[in-house]
Design a protein around this ligand. Structure first.
Ligand code: GDD
Ligand code: MN
Length: 377
C-alpha cells in the first residue's frame, strides 16, 4: 500500500489505535494492510478489545506472535468505544497517533493521507470527514446519513467557535500529534460514543484541527454497535456542553427522564379522568395512579439509560422499583412544604416557590436514587 517513505518520515513513530468489539472477520485484512506502513514509519498498532465474544482477541494475539508491531490491549467488562480509544491513546508511544474503526468502514489508504496532512500542515489534529465536499459515503444508510448530518449540525453548534467549520466532528477516524493532544486526552469524558467530539469540547478551541475527505465503506462483516443508548449519550453530551460542562452528565440524563415523566403523568391522569367521566376534584386517587405511572416509567427509563452501567434485572428490577417509589414519595411532601415555607416567609410568588420545590425534589431524587437504588455515589 505504501510505496516509499515520504522524506525523512521513516524515523517518525506512529501509533495506530484500533478499537474492536466482535471484529474477528474484519481485523486480519485490516492489520495486513496497515502493517505495510512499516515501510514509511516506525509503527505500533494497538488493538483495544473489550472482551469480544467472537475470538477477536485470540486472533490478534496469534497475529502478534509474528508481528512485534501489533500490541493487544484486552479489557474485561465492556467499557465502550470512547473509553477504548482513550486507553489506546494513553498507552501509545508514538510521535503521531491515528484512530480508526476496525470494521473496514475506514479505508486504510486514508491513513497515509491523514499522517501526511498532519506532517505538512501546522496542525495538531487531522480528521477524516465523511461529509467533506469531496468525501464519498458508501457505507451509511439514507436514514443514518440524515441522522448523522443532523447530529453533526448540533455538535458544531455546541462546540467551541474555532471548530464551526468542521464537517464531521464525530468521525471515528482522526490523526493527531501526541505531545499536543495527550494532556487533553486525560480530561476526555468517556461516557459517550464519540471520543472526537469530547476531545474537541475539552480542548476549548486550543487544538488546531483540519479535515481531509474520507471514503466511508460498507462494513465488511458483522453489524454496527450503535444503539439507542448511544444516541442518548450523544444527546446528553450536547446538553452537557451547552451547560458549560458544569452539571454531571448523569444528572442531565436524570432531569430529561424526569421531564418525560411529567408528560406521562399528565397523559395517564387525563386518560383516566376521560375514561371514568369524573372530575379531578374528589377523585385524587386517579391523580395518584398517574403519579405512580410516571414514577415507574421514570424508573424503567433511568434503568435502561442513565444507570445502564449498573442496570438492574429480574428480581432486582422489582426491588429497585419499590425503592425508587419510596425515594420519590418523600419529596412529594417536601415539595409542598418548601413551596409553602417560601411563600409564607419570603413572600416569593407562587411560580418561583414551585420552581424551588421542583429543584429540591430533583436534587433529592437524583442523589437518593443514585445511592439507594443503583448503588452509585
Ligand atoms: N473496544 C471497543 N469497545 N470497541 C468498540 C466498542 C466497544 O464497546 N463499540 C464499538 N467498537 C468498535 C467497533 O468494533 C468498530 O471497530 C468501531 O468501534 C466502530 O463501531 P461501529 O459499531 O462499527 O460504529 P458505526 O460504524 O455504527 O459508527 C461510525 O460512525 C460514528 C459516527 O456516526 C464509527 O465511525 C464511529 O467511530 C463514529 O463515531
Ligand atoms: Mn462501523
Amino acid at each position: 500500500m505504501v510505496a516509499t517513505a515520504p522524506g525523512s518520515a521513516s524515523e517518525l513513530r506512529v501509533s495506530i489505535v484500533l478499537p474492536t468489539y466482535n471484529e474477528r472477520g474484519n481485523i486480519e485484512p485490516l492489520l495486513e494492510q496497515l502493517l505495510a506502513l512499516q515501510q514509511a514509519f516506525r509503527l505500533e498498532i494497538l488493538v483495544v478489545d473489550d472482551d469480544s465474544a467472537d475470538g477477536t482477541a485470540e486472533l490478534v494475539r496469534r497475529l502478534a506472535h509474528d508481528q512485534p508491531a501489533i500490541r493487544l490491549i484486552r479489557r474485561v467488562g465492556r467499557a465502550g468505544l470512547a473509553s477504548a480509544i482513550k486507553e489506546g491513546l494513553l498507552d501509545a508511544s508514538g510521535d503521531l497517533a491515528l484512530v480508526m474503526d476496525s470494521d473496514g468502514q475506514h479505508e486504510p489508504s486514508s491513513v497515509l493521507r491523514a499522517l501526511q496532512a498532519l506532517l505538512e500542515g501546522d496542525q495538531d489534529l487531522v480528521i477524516g470527514s465523511r461529509f467533506h465536499p469531496q468525501a464519498q459515503i458508501r457505507g451509511l444508510s439514507g436514514r443514518r446519513e440524515t441522522g448523522s448530518s443532523w447530529a453533526n449540525a448540533s455538535a458544531r453548534f455546541s462546540l467551541p467557535r474555532a471548530y464551526a467549520g468542521l464537517t464531521d466532528p464525530m468521525s471515528g477516524f482522526f490523526a493527531l500529534r501526541l505531545d499536543a493532544v495527550l494532556p487533553l486526552v486525560r480530561a476526555v469524558d468517556v461516557n459517550g460514543f464519540k471520543f472526537l467530539y469530547e476531545l474537541l469540547a475539552v480542548s476549548k478551541g486550543r487544538l488546531r484541527a483540519t479535515e481531509i475527505p474520507l471514503t466511508f465503506q460498507p462494513r465488511s462483516y458483522g453489524s454496527s454497535k450503535l444503539d439507542l443508548a448511544i444516541f442518548w449519550d450523544f444527546l446528553i453530551s450536547i446538553l452537557h456542553s451547552l451547560c458549560l460542562r458544569l452539571l454531571p452528565r448523569r444528572a442531565i440524563s436524570f432531569a430529561l427522564v424526569g421531564a418525560s415523566g411529567v408528560v406521562v403523568q399528565l397523559l395517564v391522569t387525563q386518560l383516566l379522568l376521560g375514561l371514568s367521566g369524573r372530575p379531578l376534584a374528589g377523585n385524587e386517587e386517579l391523580a395518584l395512579v398517574g403519579a405512580l405511572a410516571a414514577a415507574s416509567s421514570n424508573y424503567l427509563i433511568n434503568n435502561a439509560l442513565t444507570f445502564r452501567f449498573a442496570r438492574l434485572r429480574g428480581l432486582a428490577l422489582l426491588q429497585g422499583l419499590l425503592k425508587f417509589l419510596m425515594v420519590s414519595c418523600l419529596p412529594l411532601a417536601a415539595n409542598v412544604g418548601v413551596a409553602q415555607v417560601l411563600v409564607r416567609f419570603s413572600h416569593a410568588d407562587s411560580l418561583s416557590a414551585q420552581l424551588a420545590g421542583i429543584l429540591v425534589v430533583f436534587v433529592w431524587n437524583y442523589a437518593a436514587s443514585s445511592r439507594f437504588v443503583w448503588n452509585t455515589p
